[in-house]
Design a protein around this ligand. Structure first.
Ligand code: NDP
Length: 374
Protein backbone atom coordinates (compact mmCIF):
# COMPACT_ATOMS: atom_id res chain seq x y z
CA UNK A 1 0.00 0.00 0.00
CA UNK A 2 2.76 2.38 1.01
CA UNK A 3 4.70 1.37 -2.10
CA UNK A 4 1.74 2.24 -4.35
CA UNK A 5 1.30 5.60 -2.64
CA UNK A 6 5.00 6.34 -3.02
CA UNK A 7 4.91 5.35 -6.71
CA UNK A 8 1.88 7.60 -7.31
CA UNK A 9 3.64 10.48 -5.55
CA UNK A 10 6.72 9.91 -7.76
CA UNK A 11 4.63 9.97 -10.93
CA UNK A 12 2.84 13.14 -9.85
CA UNK A 13 6.16 14.80 -9.04
CA UNK A 14 7.58 13.75 -12.42
CA UNK A 15 4.47 15.17 -14.13
CA UNK A 16 5.13 18.71 -12.91
CA UNK A 17 5.73 20.95 -15.92
CA UNK A 18 9.03 22.77 -15.97
CA UNK A 19 10.72 25.67 -17.70
CA UNK A 20 13.49 23.38 -18.92
CA UNK A 21 10.89 21.15 -20.62
CA UNK A 22 9.36 24.30 -22.15
CA UNK A 23 12.81 25.22 -23.51
CA UNK A 24 13.19 21.73 -25.06
CA UNK A 25 9.72 21.96 -26.62
CA UNK A 26 10.09 25.51 -27.94
CA UNK A 27 13.59 24.82 -29.31
CA UNK A 28 12.23 21.76 -31.09
CA UNK A 29 9.34 23.73 -32.60
CA UNK A 30 11.62 26.64 -33.53
CA UNK A 31 14.00 24.21 -35.26
CA UNK A 32 11.10 22.71 -37.21
CA UNK A 33 9.80 26.12 -38.23
CA UNK A 34 13.26 27.22 -39.41
CA UNK A 35 13.99 23.92 -41.17
CA UNK A 36 10.54 23.94 -42.79
CA UNK A 37 11.13 27.44 -44.14
CA UNK A 38 14.75 27.09 -45.21
CA UNK A 39 15.35 23.52 -46.37
CA UNK A 40 14.56 22.58 -49.97
CA UNK A 41 11.59 20.32 -50.65
CA UNK A 42 8.95 19.53 -53.22
CA UNK A 43 6.20 22.16 -53.33
CA UNK A 44 2.91 20.26 -53.43
CA UNK A 45 -0.43 21.85 -54.30
CA UNK A 46 -3.12 21.00 -51.75
CA UNK A 47 -6.77 20.17 -52.45
CA UNK A 48 -8.91 22.74 -54.25
CA UNK A 49 -10.80 24.61 -51.53
CA UNK A 50 -14.45 25.74 -51.83
CA UNK A 51 -13.33 29.22 -52.98
CA UNK A 52 -11.16 27.53 -55.70
CA UNK A 53 -7.93 28.52 -53.95
CA UNK A 54 -5.17 25.98 -53.20
CA UNK A 55 -2.52 26.00 -50.52
CA UNK A 56 0.98 24.85 -51.31
CA UNK A 57 2.96 22.66 -48.93
CA UNK A 58 6.73 22.42 -48.89
CA UNK A 59 7.37 18.72 -48.24
CA UNK A 60 10.80 18.87 -46.66
CA UNK A 61 9.92 16.85 -43.55
CA UNK A 62 12.35 14.04 -44.38
CA UNK A 63 15.26 16.42 -44.76
CA UNK A 64 14.26 18.24 -41.55
CA UNK A 65 14.14 14.89 -39.76
CA UNK A 66 17.48 13.66 -41.08
CA UNK A 67 19.17 16.95 -40.20
CA UNK A 68 17.72 16.85 -36.68
CA UNK A 69 18.85 13.24 -36.27
CA UNK A 70 22.34 14.30 -37.40
CA UNK A 71 22.38 17.29 -35.04
CA UNK A 72 21.17 15.14 -32.13
CA UNK A 73 23.83 12.51 -32.86
CA UNK A 74 26.45 15.27 -32.90
CA UNK A 75 25.08 16.65 -29.62
CA UNK A 76 25.35 13.22 -28.00
CA UNK A 77 28.82 12.60 -29.45
CA UNK A 78 30.08 15.97 -28.20
CA UNK A 79 28.53 15.38 -24.79
CA UNK A 80 26.13 18.36 -25.06
CA UNK A 81 23.15 16.13 -24.35
CA UNK A 82 22.42 12.56 -23.27
CA UNK A 83 20.58 10.25 -25.67
CA UNK A 84 18.09 9.48 -22.91
CA UNK A 85 17.14 13.10 -22.28
CA UNK A 86 13.63 12.75 -23.71
CA UNK A 87 12.89 9.44 -22.00
CA UNK A 88 14.28 10.73 -18.68
CA UNK A 89 11.94 13.73 -18.78
CA UNK A 90 8.99 12.04 -20.50
CA UNK A 91 6.27 13.01 -18.01
CA UNK A 92 7.57 16.53 -17.54
CA UNK A 93 7.59 17.03 -21.33
CA UNK A 94 4.10 15.52 -21.54
CA UNK A 95 2.53 17.99 -19.08
CA UNK A 96 4.43 20.95 -20.54
CA UNK A 97 3.34 20.05 -24.07
CA UNK A 98 -0.22 19.61 -22.87
CA UNK A 99 -0.23 23.13 -21.38
CA UNK A 100 1.28 24.45 -24.60
CA UNK A 101 -1.44 22.80 -26.69
CA UNK A 102 -4.18 24.29 -24.47
CA UNK A 103 -2.66 27.78 -24.80
CA UNK A 104 -2.28 27.41 -28.58
CA UNK A 105 -5.85 26.20 -29.02
CA UNK A 106 -7.21 29.20 -27.04
CA UNK A 107 -5.12 31.53 -29.21
CA UNK A 108 -6.44 29.82 -32.33
CA UNK A 109 -9.99 30.17 -31.02
CA UNK A 110 -9.73 33.89 -30.25
CA UNK A 111 -7.76 34.87 -33.37
CA UNK A 112 -10.04 32.69 -35.50
CA UNK A 113 -13.19 34.39 -34.20
CA UNK A 114 -11.71 37.82 -34.92
CA UNK A 115 -10.66 36.93 -38.45
CA UNK A 116 -12.25 39.15 -41.11
CA UNK A 117 -10.83 37.05 -43.98
CA UNK A 118 -13.33 35.52 -46.35
CA UNK A 119 -11.02 32.92 -47.95
CA UNK A 120 -11.90 29.26 -47.30
CA UNK A 121 -8.69 28.84 -45.32
CA UNK A 122 -9.15 31.72 -42.90
CA UNK A 123 -12.87 32.38 -42.80
CA UNK A 124 -14.22 31.82 -39.25
CA UNK A 125 -16.64 28.90 -39.00
CA UNK A 126 -18.10 29.59 -35.58
CA UNK A 127 -21.10 27.63 -34.35
CA UNK A 128 -21.55 29.86 -31.31
CA UNK A 129 -20.85 26.97 -28.94
CA UNK A 130 -17.58 27.71 -27.18
CA UNK A 131 -16.76 24.05 -26.49
CA UNK A 132 -17.44 22.99 -30.06
CA UNK A 133 -15.52 25.88 -31.63
CA UNK A 134 -12.57 25.53 -29.30
CA UNK A 135 -12.46 21.74 -29.68
CA UNK A 136 -12.89 21.50 -33.45
CA UNK A 137 -11.39 24.90 -34.29
CA UNK A 138 -12.68 27.93 -36.08
CA UNK A 139 -10.47 28.22 -39.17
CA UNK A 140 -9.54 25.59 -41.71
CA UNK A 141 -5.93 26.55 -42.35
CA UNK A 142 -4.65 29.15 -39.88
CA UNK A 143 -1.05 30.19 -40.20
CA UNK A 144 1.54 31.99 -38.10
CA UNK A 145 4.48 33.91 -39.58
CA UNK A 146 3.97 32.16 -42.90
CA UNK A 147 3.83 28.66 -41.34
CA UNK A 148 0.75 26.54 -42.09
CA UNK A 149 0.01 25.43 -38.54
CA UNK A 150 -1.96 22.27 -39.33
CA UNK A 151 0.76 20.78 -41.51
CA UNK A 152 3.39 21.97 -39.03
CA UNK A 153 1.83 20.37 -35.94
CA UNK A 154 1.32 17.01 -37.66
CA UNK A 155 4.98 17.04 -38.66
CA UNK A 156 6.05 17.95 -35.12
CA UNK A 157 4.00 15.13 -33.60
CA UNK A 158 5.17 12.44 -36.00
CA UNK A 159 8.81 13.40 -35.56
CA UNK A 160 8.50 13.57 -31.76
CA UNK A 161 7.12 10.01 -31.83
CA UNK A 162 10.40 8.84 -33.39
CA UNK A 163 12.59 10.86 -31.02
CA UNK A 164 10.83 9.52 -27.92
CA UNK A 165 11.25 5.99 -29.26
CA UNK A 166 14.94 6.53 -29.99
CA UNK A 167 15.45 7.89 -26.51
CA UNK A 168 13.71 4.80 -25.07
CA UNK A 169 15.96 2.61 -27.22
CA UNK A 170 19.01 4.38 -25.81
CA UNK A 171 17.69 3.76 -22.29
CA UNK A 172 17.14 0.06 -23.05
CA UNK A 173 20.62 -0.17 -24.55
CA UNK A 174 22.23 1.39 -21.48
CA UNK A 175 20.24 -0.98 -19.26
CA UNK A 176 21.39 -3.96 -21.40
CA UNK A 177 17.78 -4.91 -22.12
CA UNK A 178 17.64 -4.66 -25.91
CA UNK A 179 16.05 -7.90 -27.10
CA UNK A 180 14.05 -9.15 -30.08
CA UNK A 181 10.81 -7.56 -28.86
CA UNK A 182 12.47 -4.14 -28.48
CA UNK A 183 14.13 -4.43 -31.90
CA UNK A 184 10.88 -5.38 -33.65
CA UNK A 185 8.91 -2.62 -31.93
CA UNK A 186 11.55 0.00 -32.75
CA UNK A 187 11.95 -1.20 -36.32
CA UNK A 188 8.21 -1.24 -37.09
CA UNK A 189 7.56 2.22 -35.64
CA UNK A 190 10.75 3.66 -37.13
CA UNK A 191 9.83 2.33 -40.56
CA UNK A 192 6.29 3.71 -40.31
CA UNK A 193 7.47 7.18 -39.30
CA UNK A 194 10.30 7.46 -41.85
CA UNK A 195 7.97 6.13 -44.53
CA UNK A 196 5.48 8.82 -43.51
CA UNK A 197 8.08 11.49 -44.19
CA UNK A 198 9.20 9.88 -47.46
CA UNK A 199 5.56 10.11 -48.58
CA UNK A 200 4.78 13.35 -46.76
CA UNK A 201 3.10 14.78 -49.85
CA UNK A 202 0.34 12.15 -49.53
CA UNK A 203 -0.65 13.88 -46.30
CA UNK A 204 -1.86 16.85 -48.34
CA UNK A 205 -4.86 14.84 -49.60
CA UNK A 206 -5.90 13.40 -46.23
CA UNK A 207 -9.00 14.23 -44.25
CA UNK A 208 -7.14 16.15 -41.53
CA UNK A 209 -5.61 18.50 -44.05
CA UNK A 210 -8.60 18.82 -46.37
CA UNK A 211 -11.54 18.88 -44.01
CA UNK A 212 -10.68 19.36 -40.31
CA UNK A 213 -10.41 22.82 -38.81
CA UNK A 214 -7.52 23.47 -36.46
CA UNK A 215 -8.65 23.43 -32.84
CA UNK A 216 -7.75 21.71 -29.59
CA UNK A 217 -8.60 18.27 -31.00
CA UNK A 218 -5.92 18.42 -33.70
CA UNK A 219 -3.33 20.44 -31.76
CA UNK A 220 -3.56 18.12 -28.74
CA UNK A 221 -3.79 15.07 -31.00
CA UNK A 222 -0.67 16.00 -32.95
CA UNK A 223 1.54 17.38 -30.20
CA UNK A 224 0.53 15.32 -27.17
CA UNK A 225 -1.47 12.29 -28.12
CA UNK A 226 0.64 10.99 -31.01
CA UNK A 227 4.09 11.23 -29.43
CA UNK A 228 3.21 10.38 -25.85
CA UNK A 229 0.59 7.66 -26.21
CA UNK A 230 1.80 5.94 -29.38
CA UNK A 231 5.03 5.19 -27.49
CA UNK A 232 3.34 3.40 -24.58
CA UNK A 233 4.59 0.04 -25.90
CA UNK A 234 8.18 1.39 -25.78
CA UNK A 235 7.78 2.50 -22.16
CA UNK A 236 6.20 -0.85 -21.33
CA UNK A 237 9.08 -2.81 -22.89
CA UNK A 238 11.49 -0.71 -20.85
CA UNK A 239 9.96 -1.95 -17.61
CA UNK A 240 8.98 -5.49 -18.67
CA UNK A 241 11.32 -8.10 -20.06
CA UNK A 242 9.61 -9.78 -22.99
CA UNK A 243 11.03 -12.96 -24.53
CA UNK A 244 9.34 -13.17 -27.91
CA UNK A 245 9.40 -16.68 -29.46
CA UNK A 246 10.74 -16.92 -33.03
CA UNK A 247 7.43 -18.08 -34.49
CA UNK A 248 5.57 -15.20 -32.87
CA UNK A 249 8.18 -12.80 -34.25
CA UNK A 250 7.69 -14.15 -37.78
CA UNK A 251 3.90 -13.87 -37.47
CA UNK A 252 4.36 -10.33 -36.17
CA UNK A 253 6.53 -9.42 -39.18
CA UNK A 254 3.92 -10.83 -41.59
CA UNK A 255 1.14 -8.74 -39.98
CA UNK A 256 3.36 -5.68 -40.23
CA UNK A 257 4.16 -6.35 -43.88
CA UNK A 258 0.55 -6.93 -44.95
CA UNK A 259 -0.55 -3.86 -42.97
CA UNK A 260 2.15 -1.76 -44.58
CA UNK A 261 1.35 -2.90 -48.14
CA UNK A 262 -2.37 -2.22 -47.73
CA UNK A 263 -1.91 1.09 -45.88
CA UNK A 264 0.72 2.54 -48.18
CA UNK A 265 -0.79 1.03 -51.35
CA UNK A 266 -4.29 2.41 -50.67
CA UNK A 267 -3.09 5.90 -49.74
CA UNK A 268 -0.77 5.98 -52.74
CA UNK A 269 -3.50 4.88 -55.15
CA UNK A 270 -5.85 7.60 -53.96
CA UNK A 271 -3.14 10.24 -54.08
CA UNK A 272 -2.09 9.26 -57.63
CA UNK A 273 -5.72 9.15 -58.72
CA UNK A 274 -6.31 12.70 -57.45
CA UNK A 275 -3.29 13.89 -59.40
CA UNK A 276 -4.05 11.96 -62.57
CA UNK A 277 -7.46 10.22 -62.78
CA UNK A 278 -6.19 8.12 -65.71
CA UNK A 279 -3.08 6.77 -63.96
CA UNK A 280 -3.10 2.94 -64.09
CA UNK A 281 -3.98 1.07 -60.89
CA UNK A 282 -2.38 -2.35 -60.52
CA UNK A 283 -1.35 -2.09 -64.18
CA UNK A 284 -4.84 -1.44 -65.55
CA UNK A 285 -6.80 1.72 -66.41
CA UNK A 286 -8.75 2.71 -63.30
CA UNK A 287 -12.46 2.07 -62.90
CA UNK A 288 -14.12 5.30 -61.82
CA UNK A 289 -17.61 6.29 -60.65
CA UNK A 290 -19.00 9.61 -61.86
CA UNK A 291 -15.54 10.67 -63.03
CA UNK A 292 -14.57 11.38 -59.40
CA UNK A 293 -14.35 8.27 -57.24
CA UNK A 294 -11.86 5.48 -57.70
CA UNK A 295 -13.29 1.97 -57.65
CA UNK A 296 -10.12 0.09 -58.64
CA UNK A 297 -7.35 -1.32 -56.50
CA UNK A 298 -7.79 -1.15 -52.74
CA UNK A 299 -10.64 1.35 -53.17
CA UNK A 300 -12.65 -1.37 -54.90
CA UNK A 301 -12.17 -3.82 -52.01
CA UNK A 302 -13.43 -1.63 -49.16
CA UNK A 303 -14.23 2.08 -48.98
CA UNK A 304 -11.49 2.61 -46.40
CA UNK A 305 -8.94 -0.14 -46.97
CA UNK A 306 -6.27 2.36 -45.86
CA UNK A 307 -7.80 2.22 -42.36
CA UNK A 308 -7.55 -1.57 -42.39
CA UNK A 309 -3.84 -1.38 -43.24
CA UNK A 310 -3.27 1.18 -40.50
CA UNK A 311 -5.05 -1.02 -37.96
CA UNK A 312 -2.89 -4.03 -38.87
CA UNK A 313 0.20 -1.86 -38.50
CA UNK A 314 -0.98 -0.59 -35.13
CA UNK A 315 -1.49 -4.17 -34.00
CA UNK A 316 2.00 -5.12 -35.17
CA UNK A 317 3.48 -2.31 -33.02
CA UNK A 318 1.89 -3.86 -29.91
CA UNK A 319 2.34 -7.57 -30.57
CA UNK A 320 6.06 -7.52 -29.57
CA UNK A 321 4.79 -6.86 -26.02
CA UNK A 322 3.03 -10.24 -25.89
CA UNK A 323 -0.30 -10.87 -24.23
CA UNK A 324 0.39 -10.45 -20.54
CA UNK A 325 -0.97 -6.92 -20.33
CA UNK A 326 -3.55 -4.80 -22.12
CA UNK A 327 -1.57 -1.59 -21.59
CA UNK A 328 0.59 -1.93 -24.75
CA UNK A 329 -2.63 -2.42 -26.75
CA UNK A 330 -3.78 1.12 -26.09
CA UNK A 331 -2.73 2.34 -29.54
CA UNK A 332 -4.55 -0.26 -31.69
CA UNK A 333 -7.64 0.00 -29.46
CA UNK A 334 -7.70 3.77 -29.71
CA UNK A 335 -7.09 3.63 -33.47
CA UNK A 336 -9.94 1.16 -33.97
CA UNK A 337 -12.37 3.51 -32.20
CA UNK A 338 -10.98 6.59 -33.94
CA UNK A 339 -11.06 5.11 -37.43
CA UNK A 340 -14.58 3.71 -37.06
CA UNK A 341 -15.75 7.16 -35.90
CA UNK A 342 -13.75 8.90 -38.61
CA UNK A 343 -15.06 6.58 -41.29
CA UNK A 344 -18.61 7.49 -40.27
CA UNK A 345 -17.83 11.21 -40.40
CA UNK A 346 -16.02 10.88 -43.74
CA UNK A 347 -18.93 8.86 -45.10
CA UNK A 348 -21.38 11.64 -44.13
CA UNK A 349 -19.11 14.26 -45.70
CA UNK A 350 -18.65 12.30 -48.94
CA UNK A 351 -22.33 11.48 -49.15
CA UNK A 352 -23.15 15.21 -48.94
CA UNK A 353 -20.39 16.18 -51.35
CA UNK A 354 -20.81 13.47 -54.00
CA UNK A 355 -24.54 12.67 -53.53
CA UNK A 356 -25.67 10.07 -56.15
CA UNK A 357 -22.10 9.26 -57.13
CA UNK A 358 -21.35 8.26 -53.53
CA UNK A 359 -24.52 6.14 -53.36
CA UNK A 360 -23.40 4.35 -56.53
CA UNK A 361 -19.92 3.82 -55.10
CA UNK A 362 -21.43 2.32 -51.93
CA UNK A 363 -23.44 -0.11 -54.04
CA UNK A 364 -20.33 -1.19 -55.95
CA UNK A 365 -18.17 -1.36 -52.81
CA UNK A 366 -20.44 -2.29 -49.90
CA UNK A 367 -17.72 -2.85 -47.28
CA UNK A 368 -16.56 0.07 -45.16
CA UNK A 369 -13.22 -1.17 -43.77
CA UNK A 370 -12.96 -4.96 -43.61
CA UNK A 371 -14.47 -6.97 -46.48
CA UNK A 372 -17.20 -9.45 -45.39
CA UNK A 373 -17.07 -8.19 -41.80
CA UNK A 374 -17.65 -4.43 -41.65
P1 NDP B 1 -8.60 9.17 -46.45
O1 NDP B 1 -7.19 9.34 -46.86
O2 NDP B 1 -9.26 7.88 -46.71
O3 NDP B 1 -9.38 10.39 -47.10
C1 NDP B 1 -10.78 10.42 -47.21
C2 NDP B 1 -11.12 11.30 -48.40
O4 NDP B 1 -10.69 10.68 -49.61
C3 NDP B 1 -12.60 11.50 -48.58
O5 NDP B 1 -13.10 12.54 -47.76
C4 NDP B 1 -12.65 11.87 -50.05
O6 NDP B 1 -12.14 13.22 -50.16
C5 NDP B 1 -11.59 10.97 -50.65
N1 NDP B 1 -12.13 9.69 -51.11
C6 NDP B 1 -12.81 8.75 -50.41
N2 NDP B 1 -13.06 7.68 -51.17
C7 NDP B 1 -12.52 7.94 -52.39
C8 NDP B 1 -12.46 7.20 -53.61
N3 NDP B 1 -12.99 6.00 -53.74
N4 NDP B 1 -11.84 7.77 -54.65
C9 NDP B 1 -11.29 9.00 -54.54
N5 NDP B 1 -11.32 9.75 -53.42
C10 NDP B 1 -11.93 9.20 -52.36
O7 NDP B 1 -8.82 9.40 -44.92
P2 NDP B 1 -7.95 10.01 -43.76
O8 NDP B 1 -7.43 11.33 -44.15
O9 NDP B 1 -8.83 9.92 -42.57
O10 NDP B 1 -6.74 8.98 -43.58
C11 NDP B 1 -5.49 9.02 -44.26
C12 NDP B 1 -4.57 8.01 -43.63
O11 NDP B 1 -4.16 8.48 -42.36
C13 NDP B 1 -5.24 6.66 -43.43
O12 NDP B 1 -4.38 5.63 -43.84
C14 NDP B 1 -5.47 6.59 -41.94
O13 NDP B 1 -5.38 5.26 -41.49
C15 NDP B 1 -4.34 7.47 -41.41
N6 NDP B 1 -4.70 8.03 -40.11
C16 NDP B 1 -3.95 7.66 -39.02
C17 NDP B 1 -4.25 8.13 -37.77
C18 NDP B 1 -3.45 7.71 -36.61
O14 NDP B 1 -3.68 8.20 -35.51
N7 NDP B 1 -2.51 6.79 -36.79
C19 NDP B 1 -5.35 9.09 -37.55
C20 NDP B 1 -6.06 9.40 -38.75
C21 NDP B 1 -5.74 8.90 -39.98
P3 NDP B 1 -12.34 14.18 -51.44
O15 NDP B 1 -13.40 15.14 -51.04
O16 NDP B 1 -11.01 14.83 -51.63
O17 NDP B 1 -12.70 13.34 -52.60
Amino acid sequence: MEDAAAATADVLAALAPSWSAAVVLLSYLAYLAAAGALLPGKLVAGAVLPDSSRLHYRCNGLLSLLLLLGLSALGVYMGWMTPTVVADRGLELLSTTFIFSVIVSFLLYYTGLRSRHQSSSLKPHATGSFIQDWWFGVQLNPHFMGVDLKFFFIRAGMMAWLFINLSLLAKSYLAGSVNRAVILYQFFCGWYIIDYFIHEEFMTSTWDIIAERLGFMLVFGDLVFIPFTFTIQGWWLLGNKMELPLLASVANCIIFLIGYLVFRGANKQKHLFKKDPKAPIWGKPPKVVGGKLLVSGYWGIARHCNYLGDLLLALSFSLPCGASSVIPYFYPTYLLILLIWRERRDEARCSEKYKDIWAEYCKLVPWRILPYVY
